[in-house]
Design a protein around this ligand. Structure first.
Ligand SMILES: [Zn+2]
Length: 354
C-alpha cells in the first residue's frame, strides 16, 4: 500500500514538476548529495535555498525520502534582504534604552547553566520535565499566571500570562526541548529559552497597554508539536486573534559576524523591516530579512495570519555543532545573545505599548 502511494505521488510529481521551484526542509538529515544529483540551485541566500529539477525524466530515481522533504514554492514567495539594504532606524527612546540596560548577563548565564546541566532536554525525558518545572516556577515567582499545557504524556508546554489594559497580547516564545544530546543543546535552544526567562523577568516589572504571554514550547524538535497544539487550542478559545504580535527565538547564540536573521512570511515583510530598524537603533546587530518562514515555532502562528517574526543566528554561518553533542556552553557568543535579547526586548516594549 505504501509503495502504491509513493507511485501516485511520484506520478503527480512528474506531471507537475516542470518549471517549478522547491525549497527543502532538511530537518535532521543531510540531503546535499542526493539534492545535487537531481536538482540545481536557483537561489541561495539567508535561510533560503531554492532548487529546480535538473532535467526532465529520471524522476523515478529520486529517492522517496528526498521527495518527502520537498516543499513547492512560488517564485514571489521567497525574498532575502541583506544587511546593506536595511539601514533605517526609528526615533530613539531613552525610556526603552533604560530598560534594555537592565538585561542581566548573570541571569542569562544562570539559566543557560541550568538548562545545559540537564542530562537531556528531549521531549518526554526527566531533564525535559525538570526544565518545565524550572520555567514554571520562575514565571510564577515573577507574578505570571502559569499553566502547563500537555499535548502528550510527559510532554507539556509552559505558558505564563500577565494581563494588560486591553484584551490583547504580545507573545514571546522559545522552545526548551533539545534533540537529546547529553548536557548539550546550548545554542539550540537553551539560548532562546534563557532569553525568554530574562525577558519574562523584565516584562513583569511594568504594566503595559497589552498583556504578555511567555510561551515556552516543547516538542519543537519532534515536529513543532507544542506550538502547533497551542495555536490549535488558542484558535478555538479565541485567544489567537487577541495576539497582536509575536517573537520566536531559536538558536540565538552562535555567531562570528554580527548578522541576525529576521524571518517571516511575505505578508509580514513590513513587520520584519520594522524589527530591522529596531536592531539598527538599539543594537550592534546587522539585520538580514529572510522569507518565507520554515523550521521553527513561528510557522504555526504565521500560517494562521498572526503577525510576527523568528529571530535566529545568521543561518549561513550557523553553529557547526547544530544538533550535535558539541553544542555546549563554551561555544556560545554571549555578547551576541545579549544583543538579540536587546532587540527582542525593545521590539516587545513598543508592541506592548503602541
Ligand atoms: Zn531549535
Amino acid at each position: 500500500m505504501k509503495n502504491i502511494l509513493w507511485f501516485i505521488y511520484i506520478l503527480f510529481f512528474i506531471s507537475s514538476a516542470k518549471g517549478e521551484y522547491y525549497r527543502f526542509d532538511p530537518h535532521g538529515r543531510n540531503f546535499s548529495r542526493e539534492l545535487n544529483k537531481f536538482f540545481e540551485p536557483v537561489f541561495n541566500k539567508g535561510r533560503m535555498q531554492i532548487y529546480r529539477i535538473k532535467k526532465e525524466g529520471g524522476f523515478k530515481e529520486i529517492p522517496p525520502s528526498l521527495l518527502g522533504h520537498l516543499v513547492k514554492i512560488k517564485k514571489n514567495q521567497w525574498k532575502v534582504i541583506s544587511p546593506e539594504n536595511l539601514y533605517e532606524k526609528i526615533p530613539y527612546s531613552l525610556s526603552t534604552q533604560s530598560i534594555l540596560e537592565k538585561i542581566s548577563e548573570k541571569n542569562v548565564r544562570e539559566h543557560l547553566e541550568f538548562l545545559i546541566e540537564r542530562s537531556s532536554r528531549k521531549m518526554g525525558t526527566v531533564g525535559n520535565h525538570e526544565t518545565a518545572n524550572y520555567i514554571e516556577n520562575f514565571l510564577k515567582n515573577y507574578g505570571y499566571r502559569t499553566k502547563r499545557e500537555c499535548f502528550k504524556k510527559n510532554a507539556c508546554n509552559v505558558v505564563g500570562i500577565k494581563k494588560g489594559e486591553l484584551d490583547e497580547y504580545v507573545l514571546i516564545e522559545a522552545h526548551f526541548d533539545s534533540v537529546g544530546a547529553l548536557k548539550a543543546g546550548a545554542d539550540d535552544n537553551a539560548s532562546g529559552a534563557s532569553a525568554l526567562l530574562e525577558m519574562g523577568r523584565l516584562l513583569s516589572e511594568k504594566s503595559f497597554k497589552r498583556g504578555v504571554i511567555i510561551f515556552a514550547t516543547n516538542g519543537e524538535e519532534d515536529g513543532l508539536l507544542g506550538s502547533k497544539y497551542f495555536v490549535k487550542k488558542a484558535e478555538s478559545s479565541g485567544l489567537l486573534r487577541k495576539i497582536s504580535f509575536f517573537i520566536n527565538m531559536d538558536m540565538i547564540s552562535w555567531n562570528k559576524n554580527g548578522i541576525v536573521d529576521i524571518e517571516t512570511d511575505r505578508d509580514f515583510e513590513e513587520a520584519a523591516r520594522w524589527m530591522s530598524s529596531i536592531a539598527n537603533t538599539y543594537t550592534t546587530l546587522r539585520p538580514e530579512i529572510t522569507m518565507p518562514a520554515w523550521g521553527s515555532d513561528h510557522v504555526p502562528f504565521l500560517k494562521k495570519g498572526v503577525p510576527g517574526v523568528l529571530t535566529i543566528e545568521h543561518w549561513k554561518t550557523k553553529s557547526p555543532c547544530y544538533h550535535k553533542s558539541c553544542d555546549k556552553l563554551d561555544t556560545l557568543n554571549i555578547p551576541y545573545l545579549l544583543e538579540i535579547i536587546k532587540l527582542n526586548m525593545a521590539a516587545s516594549l513598543y508592541k506592548l505599548s503602541e
